[in-house]
Design a protein around this ligand. Structure first.
Ligand code: DGL
Length: 270
């Protein structure tokens, strides 16, 4: 039993999809969320730079907030840094790629699966590798979707412009006749309506958020790190930190995540 908070981070708002699933599954756990909005997007950056950011933020969560477990709630950072984070820190580190792939191969009916993500994630080969590791007989089509993250960060999740962009970027997936599409960037579930409109209702959209939350629950149990039941009952403490515009983080974050995001704090890397 361990009452310390869980730490998690993303380049910005995307990790809130994972935070939502985590709060719903583990409502008693305290949480510290870092949205690195001052340095988003991560997707177009060299993987080595993203790895440095991930090491820096994880160090901050461990040293300053004394977190008991870290969730890399960002596919790009998971692709760039998961192995190194696990080798560097004593706390368990959970990424979003493996949980997403587990859901993907479980959901397909015709064996034609797709993954979309940032340029960094798709270019890293992390999904191609993770799908091969499952030894499932599936045909994988991957596509990078540059620009999607920027629409989400601006709070523009249903505009005509994002629809036009989605039609162009998702064309290879439609051509490959995928029946299941993994949203391999934690920002993309906020664009699910647009993506579903373009792909058609028969294509199942899978996000890594729920499966990641289940993985966290399992790890907490295995490591004996779950929060002890409180007597009398208490409300969990959620802290929301942003390295960019904290007022915008609160406004859009609350819209995207819900009422738990009731205040934001600034964090700087200088
Ligand atoms: N949400 C992040 C991911 O899952 C990346 C977004 C970005 O490009 O900053 O890949």
């Amino acid at each position: 039993m361990d009452a310390r908070p869980i730490g998690m981070f993303d380049s910005g708002f995307g990790g809130l999809t994972v935070a939502r699933a985590l709060i719903d599954l583990l409502p008693d756990e305290d949480l510290v969320y870092v949205g690195d909005t001052g340095r988003y997007p991560y997707g177009p950056r060299p993987l080595a730079e993203v790895r440095d950011f991930a090491l820096q933020i994880t160090r901050y969560l461990v040293d300053v907030h004394d977190v008991k477990l870290v969730i890399v709630a960002c596919n790009t950072a998971s692709a760039a840094a998961l192995d190194e984070l696990r080798a560097t820190f004593a706390v368990p580190v959970i990424g979003v790629i493996e949980p997403g792939v587990t859901s993907l191969v479980a959901a397909t009916r015709n064996g034609n699966v797709g993954v979309i993500g940032t340029v960094g994630t798709i270019g890293s080969g992390a999904y191609q590798h993770a799908v091969a590791e499952t030894h499932e007989h599936v045909k994988l089509t991957c596509a990078a979707c540059p620009g999607f993250v920027e629409f989400v960060e601006r709070g523009e999740t249903g505009s005509d412009q994002v629809h036009v962009l989605a039609e162009r970027l998702l064309a290879p997936l439609a051509e490959a006749e995928v029946d299941t599409l993994l949203l391999g960037c934690t920002h993309y579930p906020f664009l699910a309506r647009t993506i579903s409109d373009v792909m058609g209702r028969d294509v199942v959209l899978v996000s890594s958020a729920d499966e990641t939350a289940f993985t966290v629950r399992r790890e907490l149990e295995e490591w004996g790190l779950a929060r002890p039941p409180a007597d009398p009952p208490r409300s969990a403490r959620h802290r929301w930190l942003s390295s960019g515009d904290v007022a915008w983080f609160r406004e859009l974050g609350r819209r995207l995540l819900g009422p738990e995001l009731d205040h934001t704090e600034a964090v700087s890397w200088a």
